[in-house]
Design a protein around this ligand. Structure first.
Ligand SMILES: Nc1ncnc2c1ncn2[C@@H]1O[C@H](COP(=O)(O)OP(=O)(O)OP(=O)(O)O)[C@@H](O)[C@H]1O
Ligand SMILES: [Mg+2]
Length: 215
């Protein structure tokens, strides 16, 4: 489904050995992968390469056998959605934030209420300023926005690191529920082994420029 084929990627500051060194790995459709790795090893950059936000130096990344480097960037962003560590916003209200996703969506209309339902928020949130929401609610809104483009792949970069254990647990449950229902390939970066075990069907470690299966 999503394949790294002999990928090389240097660190942006060039100061260390490459983040990816001849890395080959295939992520199968519909599964949940958890990626562990020490801080600074390149987990965030790996995710950014997977939707072509960060170009690779050598090799290929294939999305359903198509090289993402030659696909239209909007098509790649639409198909491969990313949720960052801390909530990032592009408008004042929840509705404005969800509307932003229309830029990448094949559909002309996005059903905001249905999107919020998928992250267990009701439509009364639509007119609320995102700045006034709790961080857990903000992360749900961001998750809803990533789903608005009907992606095939969901990339999650430590989506719970800004949250307390309880709220983090809810977000992980939500991700599992979304994966079950929508059959998205889900790739989840975390530094917490307990979260990796809780959510990951396959647990990987990024080390020495390669992805290795731990389970
Ligand atoms: N914009 C940038 N400019 C220069 N160097 C960068 C930039 N972004 C990341 N790096 C460097 O690239 C390396 C990998 O960074 P990355 O953010 O991918 O690590 P990480 O595994 O996600 O770490 P963490 O677990 O702390 O989030 C680090 O050495 C980092 O300092
Ligand atoms: Mg990171």
């Amino acid at each position: 489904m999503l394949t790294l084929d002999s990928v090389w990627k240097s660190a942006p500051d060039q100061s260390q050995t490459s983040i990816l060194q001849d890395c080959t790995y295939t992520f199968e459709a519909e599964r949940i992968y958890a990626i562990l790795g020490t801080s600074g090893v390149g987990k965030t950059i790996l995710l950014r390469t997977l939707n072509n936000l960060a170009p690779i130096d050598q090799g290929r990344i294939l999305l359903r056998d198509r090289d993402i480097a030659v696909l239209h960037p909007v098509e790649v962003r639409r198909s491969v959605s990313i949720l960052f560590q801390t909530p990032a916003f592009v408008g004042t209200t929840v509705a404005e934030n969800l509307a932003f996703a229309r830029r990448f969506s094949r559909r002309i209309e996005v059903d905001f209420t249905a999107l919020l339902e998928r992250v267990h928020l009701d439509s009364s949130f639509l007119d609320r300023p995102v700045a006034n929401l709790s961080v857990g609610q903000q992360q749900r809104v961001c998750l809803a926005r990533t789903l608005a483009t009907q992606p095939e792949v969901l990339l999650l970069d430590e989506p719970t690191s800004a949250l307390d254990d309880n709220t983090a647990g809810h977000i992980l449950e939500l991700v599992r529920e979304i994966n079950d229902r929508e059959k998205l390939l889900t790739i989840f970066v975390t530094h917490r082994r307990s979260h990796a075990r809780k959510l990951g069907q396959v647990i990987l470690e990024l080390a020495d420029g390669k992805l290795k299966e731990l389970s």
